[in-house]
Structure formats: structure tokens, C-alpha cells
Design a protein around this ligand. Structure first.
Ligand code: NAD
Ligand code: IPM
Ligand code: MN
Length: 356
């Protein structure tokens, strides 16, 4: 038996997770999987129930689980809270607690959605890139950080910091991934300005000597942001730090039609993992049956593949997504002329029906 911890979170989190669980139930039935599914609290939901965005009960369950599925955290009602109590801290807490340093964010365009992208179809058709984002270091976690009084006014500060070992381990994940794909890796940094990036580049080059078959290139992050919309198909695998990876993956999401399409896997050295869509809690559409559940459903597929070893089940889910798109069913974020607009729950039901 394998244990899955489900953390729906806030906003659209519970809605999209609900659909993803319908899909998981169905695929477990079809594939004869023996899964135990527990539910826990994180983010604002954790704060509301237990005064903590990453409650001790959730922490204990997370450490026992074989894999974790997370919806999203955050919302305007929590913005006035002290920083340690904010929903986002719950997410950062679980990533750091489980040492989930490797965040895989694949941006794949389903051919049916070429028209849904804001870019011309020929720019994005066939897009298949992987962003490998370092997830437990950088300016997100560096010390010192804070707001303090200096010379009669307040200053805010954070510290971008990476150790050689942190850079080396994420570089190895990226090179290994590149070996299984197109064997091209682009490391994105800001080495023309930042010392932390200078070290990043040096270590990536050093690790690259162990991967002579991978063609390694380097790009400054500002140029990378531009190249991603100019000619995104030039990329195979991108490896970058925490903050650049956060920003570039939202940008890459739009190449696939919508941020509602992009799944992610966050892995540690043991490959136990947390799986979540890359988007947030979307307070603007929460509770309206409008959210696209596909990013979360595809996160379930990644979970079955990377942490639970059920490749056939993962493939069934990915095939079902293609079938539903073939049927012309679209949530509002990816709808285009001639397609049928459906809500969150109807999309989940269609995905279940498309699996056999
Ligand atoms: P967001 O990703 O929640 O939303 C950005 C835009 O994309 C919104 O217009 C939203 O409606 C749309 N969108 C997002 N997911 C969608 C989906 N599945 N289907 C259709 N449309 C979708 O980002 P934001 O508005 O900047 O942040 C809202 C809250 O979410 C904040 O509290 C933020 O901190 C949090 N957040 C959480 C995560 C996470 O849990 N991993 C990620 C990003 C942001
Ligand atoms: C993401 C989110 C998180 C991040 C926030 C909510 C802490 O934007 O998962 O991409 O910045 O990593
Ligand atoms: Mn983000």
C-alpha cells in the first residue's frame, strides 16, 4: 500500500484537488492500485483551523507519506497577518522541511491548444520544455532578512545565497533530466551582476564535465525572459535558481495556453515528492466553478510516475487529457472559438469518463 497525503489549501485549491482525486480514484480502479489517501491542512486553511499555516499534524503526516498532492495556498484575507503566519509560509515550510530542492516544471503544449496561447501557433506548436527550478535556497530562504530602521528610515532586505553543494545537486538533477530528453541544458543566471550567479555558473560548468553528451549553454535571466516568448522551442531543459525559476515558469505557462495547464513535481534526494500545479489560489475565480483542474490532474500523473512508480497510470491520465481536449471541452482560461465551455467539475467528470 502507498500513502498519499492530500493538502487542498485555499481558494481554488479544494475545487481543483477534488477533480484530481476523482481522476486518481478512477485510475487506481483501472490499474488496481492500492492507495491510502489522507487529507491535511496547509496554508490559510491550516491557519484558520490550527493557527499555523503548516500545522504539526500536517508535518507529521507529510513525513510518513509516499507522496503529497497540494492544491494552492493564499488569499487576500491573510495578507495582513504577520509573515510567519501567512499561507505562503506553510508552502515554503513544507518544501524546506522535506528538503524538496528540485522543482520540475514541464511546459508542454497540447496541440489542441495552439490557438489558446497568446502567441502565434507556429511559435508554440510542438513546445516541450522543462524548467528545473531550485526550490529550497536563494533569496527565499537566505539570511539576513528583515525590515529595520537605518539612518532614520526603514529598509527592507533579503539575501540571495547558494552554496556550492546546493548548486551542484540541482545541476545534477537538470543534467540527468537533459540526458533523458534532448540533451540540451540552458543554465539561467545573472552572472554579469551577481556574485551568487557567478558561483552558480562556475559550479554548473564543473558538473557539466560529468555530462559530455549534454550541450550546456548559459543565458542571463533578462534575455531568457525575452527568448521564452520570442522563440521558446530553442529550449530543452532550463536550470535556474529559486526566484528566477518562479518567474520564468509563470511565463512558460502562458506558452501552453494557460497557467491552469502546468503541473509540477518537487523532489528531494530520496525522490519522495510533493506535486502541485504551479499556479496559486486564484482568489478572483475561487468558488465559481471556473478554475481549470488540468494542472492538478497532470500533477497527479507526475506523482504516479516519479514517486509511486506507476507509469501506465500516469500515461492513462495524460492520454485522457488529450482526449478531452480533442472533444473540444475547455475551461474558461483555454476556451477558443468552436469549443465547448465547461466548468471545473464538468472538466473533472469528462476526464474520468475519458479514461478506460
Ligand atoms: P494565481 O496563480 O493564483 O492567479 C493568477 C491568475 O491566473 C488569476 O487571474 C487566476 O484566476 C488565474 N489562474 C490561476 N490558476 C488558474 C486555474 N487553475 N484556472 C484558471 N485560471 C487560473 O496568482 P496570484 O493571483 O498572483 O496569487 C493569488 C494567491 O495565490 C496569492 O495569495 C499567492 O501568494 C498565492 N500563490 C500560491 C501558489 C501556490 O500555492 N503554489 C502559487 C502562486 C501564488
Ligand atoms: C509557486 C508560488 C510560491 C513560490 C509562493 C506562493 C510561495 O509562487 O509555487 O510558484 O514563490 O514558490
Ligand atoms: Mn510562482
Amino acid at each position: 500500500m502507498q500513502r498519499i497525503l492530500v493538502l487542498p489549501g485555499d481558494g481554488i485549491g479544494p475545487e481543483i484537488v477534488n477533480e484530481a482525486l476523482k481522476v486518481l480514484d478512477r485510475v487506481a480502479e483501472l490499474e488496481g492500485l492500492d492507495l491510502e489517501i489522507d487529507e491535511g491542512l496547509i496554508g490559510g486553511a491550516g491557519y484558520d483551523a490550527a493557527g499555523d499555516p503548516y500545522p504539526a499534524t500536517t508535518r507529521a503526516m507529510a513525513r510518513e507519506a509516499d507522496a503529497i498532492l497540494l492544491g494552492a495556498v493564499g488569499g487576500p484575507q491573510y495578507e495582513a497577518l504577520d509573515r510567519p503566519l501567512r499561507p505562503e509560509r506553510g508552502l515554503l515550510g513544507i518544501r524546506s522541511d522535506l528538503n524538496l530542492f528540485a522543482n520540475l516544471r514541464p511546459a508542454i503544449l497540447y496541440s489542441q491548444l495552439a490557438e489558446a496561447s497568446t502567441l502565434r501557433p507556429e511559435v508554440v506548436a510542438g513546445l516541450d520544455l522543462l524548467i528545473v527550478r531550485e526550490l529550497t535556497g536563494d533569496i527565499y530562504f537566505g539570511q539576513p532578512r528583515g525590515v529595520e530602521e537605518r539612518d532614520g528610515e526603514r529598509v527592507g532586505f533579503n539575501t540571495a545565497i547558494y552554496s556550492e553543494s546546493e548548486i551542484e545537486r540541482i545541476a545534477r538533477v537538470a543534467f540527468d533530466a537533459a540526458m533523458k530528453r534532448g540533451r540540451r541544458l540552458c543554465s539561467v543566471d545573472k552572472a554579469n551582476v551577481l556574485e551568487v550567479s557567478e558561483l552558480w555558473r562556475e559550479v554548473v560548468i564543473r558538473v557539466g564535465r560529468d555530462y559530455p553528451e549534454v550541450e550546456l549553454s548559459h543565458m542571463y535571466v533578462d534575455n531568457a525572459a525575452m527568448q521564452l516568448v520570442r522563440a521558446p522551442k530553442q529550449f530543452d531543459v532550463i536550470v535556474t535558481g529559486n526566484i528566477f525559476g518562479d518567474i520564468l515558469s509563470d511565463e512558460a505557462a502562458m506558452l501552453t495556453g494557460s497557467i491552469g495547464m502546468l503541473p509540477s513535481a518537487s523532489l528531494n534526494a530520496e525522490r519522495a515528492g510533493l506535486y502541485e500545479p504551479i499556479h496559486g489560489s486564484a482568489p478572483d475565480i475561487a468558488g465559481q466553478d471556473r478554475a481549470n483542474p488540468i494542472a492538478t490532474v497532470l500533477s497527479v500523473a507526475m506523482m504516479l510516475r516519479h514517486s509511486l512508480g506507476h507509469e501506465a497510470a500516469a500515461a492513462r491520465i495524460e492520454t485522457a487529457v488529450g482526449r478531452v481536449l480533442d472533444q473540444g471541452l475547455r475551461t474558461a482560461d483555454i476556451v477558443s472559438e468552436g469549443c465547448t465551455l465547461v466548468g471545473t467539475a464538468a472538466m473533472g467528470d469528462a476526464l474520468v469518463a475519458a479514461m478506460n
